[in-house]
Design a protein around this ligand. Structure first.
Ligand SMILES: [Zn+2]
Length: 75
């Protein structure tokens, strides 16, 4: 077996086509919130939405749909 380049890791993040995000395998994005610069990632099993800024650091913070609607309505 050939040795892999040690600088290449399985978790490497590669540029993807527009709209494709590797962290969305089990989720989707609310476009109304994404349009306001929010992460807007929806955790499908719970229906909760991340209201943190787009490309925020760390893990998503998911909020209830009502809170997401408030943000979508009023910014
Ligand atoms: Zn998030």
């Amino acid at each position: 077996m050939k040795a892999e380049n040690p600088s290449t890791t399985a978790g490497e993040v590669r540029p993807l086509p527009d709209g494709a995000r590797p962290d969305l395998s089990n989720a989707t994005v609310r476009e109304d919130l994404a349009g306001q610069g929010r992460c807007a990632l929806v955790h499908l099993p719970t229906g909760r939405t991340c209201l943190l800024p787009l490309r925020h650091h760390g893990a998503c913070e998911f909020h209830r749909p009502q809170e997401a609607d408030d943000v979508a309505a009023g910014g």
